[in-house]
Write a protein that binds this ligand. Sequence first.
Ligand SMILES: [Zn+2]
Ligand SMILES: [Zn+2]
Length: 336
Amino acid sequence: MTVLSSGSRGNSTVVSSSRTRVLVDAGLSCRELLRRMAAANEDPATLDAILITHEHQDHVAGLGVLARKLRIPVFLTEPTHRAWVRMLTPRTTMTYAHWVELRAQQRAAAAAEQAAREAVGEHANDIIEQIFAESDAEIAAEAETAEAVPEAEVAEPVDALSKVRAAPTYLPAIEHFQAGVNFAIGDIAITPFTIPHDAADPCGFVFEAEGMRIGIATDLGYIPTNVKQALKRCDVVMLESNHDLEMLRDGPYPWSVKQRVMSRVGHLSNDAASEFLEKEYDGGAAYVILAHLSESNNLPSLARIAAENALAGRMGLLGNKLVLAQQGEPTESICL
Ligand SMILES: [Zn+2]
Ligand SMILES: [Zn+2]
């Protein structure tokens, strides 16, 4: 397992068995993801699939480009897929204010035309109507010739296909999964579970292969029972330790954003992560990875001390090596 990047500026992790290799999230640019894989001795050409937790930018920034470049399937839930497509689709509807303005312009133009007609008088009107009648006939004739042109000459099917492939929402292959329903990619069994976060259908994952179990839960406002359950019997637990509550309260974020981060569908604080590690966690993992640390509202030392205190009674006894996932460079690979 290699965390390529973790934090609000981008998340991506490689999880692999000896036969299968999966990228969890693609939250950096394609170029940067490839650069980090190279730095971590991970060959992008051996990736079997990309798995997405949710559609927030820090988890999907490089998704489309990377999937198209590597020509590998993307696994995500249907609501997440729809939300991602919506994010990349330019708005075609106009605002009410814009509509009112457009309507006023149309009315003014019609009124001006009417005034012009009235000014030139009856005789001129006859001439105008005659011109209109002639041009109507011309348009009708053109339409008939257009219909006579064979389809193939109008649109090249190859062009249409390459247009689809060039669209930012095009993915070479898509698999939809559902939270709570297990599936497999190669020899890795995957259990997606729902996490409380303000996205369309956010998920955490448990990966199982070759007798090893890896649990990933980041981007969650609190730890509900189903997540506590999923993180049992794991050899690696990757858990969010997003912010120090005091730093967040006194920090630079506007109040509305602070509220969002602290909410039940926001992010997990150092205190909340520690409380889980102290009271609910079964203590059986060889590695505990603290992830998605905020750069504005946390310090690696604060997250580490909180978790170390929580694990104090269990440390030396069962391993539990504490690792801090990094934002700026790949974290050292974990081999089980
Ligand atoms: Zn998120
Ligand atoms: Zn995130």
